[in-house]
Design a protein around this ligand. Structure first.
Ligand code: ADP
Ligand code: MG
Length: 689
């Protein structure tokens, strides 16, 4: 067998099962080898019901203490029974496994691994996995990899495939020079892949993961390096004479005075545009610092000079918001903007029309999602390309390719707080402008950390703000466990609070699996204040701007990385009203762990994204870096720029050495890059035990 062979060559995988793999993006054996566990489980030792404090998986031992009853609701069946151990009893719910009914009878002794949720004095158990004595004994000894699953791809199938593919890992060639492997104490690549799937202990997992993280950084940096093309500055045919004039025209009519950091950044940009060379600039500014207006004023100078500017946003919601702002601004100040929105959700015919308009110059301010660089859009005369919330490096590279060889000014904007040293590595080829102050009308956001037994207080607080005319966000965490999906989590939460709040309070919800039209209309209603509370997953993390929304409640805050919490908090405090951010922990107020309260305290003390990222990094020990993905940079599936900061620096040094040594190593590297172009890791959310 070869790694390039189709998945069907494996024993026990025929046409129908192969489809399950294909639909999960796994086509050949190499794909299986790179489909990495998302965590590792060691069965926890048996616990007493009374000792359960937080939500999560536990192992329990005791007896069935009631008859099992089977309910059908919607398309689902729920089997329920009582379970008791020496410390108490709890209700167990089993979804969609009606056949278990005959084996559940009062008095039967069971050991089970089960999801537990505490509500006040009661504990609720769901989706148990029953274990024999032997299974329990083995389980507490050995590490078991947990793979990301899809609807059709089951755990059994994945394990079956991995077991057959692992012996082939040796076929993966080492592409790093020996001295790099030695100097950085890296596991050889084949070994690392093997150990990710079958580790004996966590030490091995850490070492294997470190090697793969090194590779991710290495390949990323190497591609950037090769994109640079030797020549540093490209001559521009969009050299403007007097971009400042575009700003002066409306400066005194804007609803606010720009902060001096905004003006300095804008002047940096204008200077680039006059220089005769292409701008290649990063505009970095914390959430709410006002990057959008700087982007618009940059685009205005290009449009005033008769060319086109494009703004690319990471989500439809955000693209639409920018588009509407641009239209409003253009009307209000009678600008030269002729804005258009190009998004993935347009119907084919509309899209064609929009594209035609871009090609023949009917539109000069083109706002859109990735569709802008993906769907071979032809511009008549593109002079400036802006990307908003540019923390997706993958996109950055594709954009670099899209504008490569064309003399377009490039401005990327980011709110991701990247400590300076890392920024130099990741954005080394960019000039940087920093907006390091917030508009002066802002009141600092007030923070609170609360327990999950204090919801009544929290809801009363929200109600009070709503009665004053404000709005609120509530963030439900993403649930990692397959059995309780995101969607149902948000849906259930929304239904629950609809019952709690008076009927005149308008509550809506938003999650990633909604159709983009629906997402847009939910967001639009919220922006127009036709909704009072928006219950959402982290999809609203980036960019959304509704200054009238002044309360942010984040449920299970301990499950998020600090930088992500900071981004979420950035959705409030965007206007002149006092705003509030409430971090709700999964535990009751008296029982929050020391670690959680220390971490959250950082957020309470600081509103500076850079500091938060650095402090968080300091608080974690080296063995601590699994679990919470910090940066939310989806391009790196395994590595994390904060927690692996040292590794990133080492990687950079190694790469520089290879490049400066020229010759054989460099040749091999280029070869490896082209081979690895298509390689991707499975969605790897870090490892938590
Ligand atoms: P971000 O940097 O997070 O993209 P935005 O550009 O969305 O921030 O700006 C946040 C809010 O602040 C917007 O409502 C915007 O109109 C407002 N704003 C921008 N600059 C200023 C300023 N100098 N003074 C007051 N408000 C401002
Ligand atoms: Mg923004």
């Amino acid at each position: 067998m070869l790694l390039s062979d189709d998945i069907k060559v494996l024993k026990g995988i025929a046409d129908k099962t192969a489809e399950a793999f294909y639909s999960a993006g796994l086509f050949n054996l190499n794909d299986v080898l790179h489909y990495l566990p998302r965590s590792y489980e060691r069965l926890s030792e048996i616990k007493l019901l009374s000792a359960i404090e937080c939500d999560g998986k536990v192992t329990l031992s005791g007896r069935v203490s009631s008859e099992a009853c089977l309910i059908r609701r919607g398309g689902r069946s729920i089997l329920q029974f009582s379970f008791s151990d020496e410390s108490g009893s709890a209700r167990v719910s089993v979804f969609n496994m009606p056949w278990l009914k005959k084996s559940i009878f009062p008095g039967r002794k069971i050991i089970m691994n089960v999801y537990a949720r505490r509500k006040g004095v009661s504990v609720f158990l769901s989706q148990p996995k029953f274990l024999s004595e032997k299974e329990y004994e083995d389980g507490i000894k050995n590490l078991k990899p947990v793979y990301p699953l899809t609807k059709s791809l089951s755990e059994t199938l994945i394990r079956k495939a991995v077991a057959q593919v692992l012996p082939l890992a040796g076929d993966i060639r080492e592409y790093l020079p020996d001295d790099v492997v030695r100097e950085r104490k890296l596991m050889p690549i084949a070994h690392a892949l093997r150990k990710m799937h079958a580790p004996s202990d966590m030490e091995e997992v850490y070492a294997a993961r470190r090697r793969l993280a090194f590779d991710e950084f290495f390949l990323f940096l190497a591609r950037m390096e090769l994109l640079k093309d030797g020549t540093e500055k490209i001559k521009s045919s969009y050299s403007l004479n007097d971009p400042e004039r575009s700003f002066e025209k409306i400066r005194d009519r804007l609803p606010f005075k720009l902060t001096s950091a905004q003006i300095t950044s804008l002047m940096d940009i204008y200077r680039d545009m006059k220089s005769g060379y292409c701008m290649n600039r990063l505009l970095q500014g914390d959430v709410g610092s006002g990057k959008t207006i700087v982007a618009f004023l940059s685009a205005l100078a290009i449009c005033d000079d008769g060319h086109q500017a494009a703004i690319m946003a990471p989500t439809e919601v955000l693209a639409r918001q920018h588009y509407e702002d641009a239209v409003a601004m253009s009307r209000k100040y009678d600008l030269t903007f002729k804005p258009v929105l190009l998004s993935g959700s347009l119907k084919a015919k509309e899209k064609r029309l929009v594209k035609e308009g871009i090609k023949n110059g009917d539109h000069n301010l083109i706002i859109g999602t990735h569709a802008l660089i993906q769907d071979d859009v032809e511009f008549k005369d593109l002079g400036l390309m802006i990307t908003d919330e540019q923390h997706r490096f993958g996109v950055r590279q594709r954009m670099a390719l899209a504008v490569k060889g064309r003399d377009v000014h490039v401005l990327v904007m980011s709110a991701t707080p990247i400590p300076r040293t890392l920024g130099l590595i990741l954005y080394g080829d960019l000039d940087v402008s920093l907006i390091n102050e917030l508009p002066s009308d802002r009141l600092p956001v007030k923070n609170a950390i609360m327990g999950n037994d204090e919801h009544k207080k929290i809801y009363q607080f929200i109600l009070k703000r709503i009665s004053e005319g404000r709005q609120a966000y509530i963030i439900c965490p993403m649930v990692e466990d397959g059995e309780m999906e995101d969607v149902s989590n948000v849906t259930e939460y929304t239904e629950e609070i609809r019952r709690i709040f008076p009927p005149e309070v308008r509550i809506d919800m938003l999650h990633g699996k909604m159709k983009s039209d629906d997402k847009n209309s939910v967001m639009e209603r919220f922006a127009k204040h036709e909704t009072d509370i928006l219950v959402s997953t982290t999809v609203i993390e980036v960019g959304v701007n509704v200054p009238n929304s002044t309360v942010m409640v984040i449920e299970n805050a301990e499950r998020f990385g600090l930088s992500q919490l900071h981004q979420l908090r950035g959705r409030v405090g965007r206007g002149s009203y006092q705003s509030y951010c409430i971090f709700v922990t999964g535990a009751e107020s008296g029982r929050v762990s020391k670690k959680t309260s220390e971490r959250l305290a950082i957020l309470k003390e600081s509103n500076d994204g850079f500091r938060i990222a650095e402090e968080d990094l300091k608080q974690r020990g080296p063995g601590d870096f699994f679990g919470l993905r910090q940066s939310g940079l989806p391009y790196f599936k395994i590595a994390d720029i904060y927690t692996d900061a040292t590794l990133l620096k080492e990687t950079k040094q190694s790469l520089e050495r290879i490049i400066s040594s020229g010759s054989a190593d460099l040749g091999r590297l280029k070869q490896a890059l082209s081979e690895k172009e298509e390689m991707s890791y499975s969605d790897f959310h870090g490892i938590c035990l």
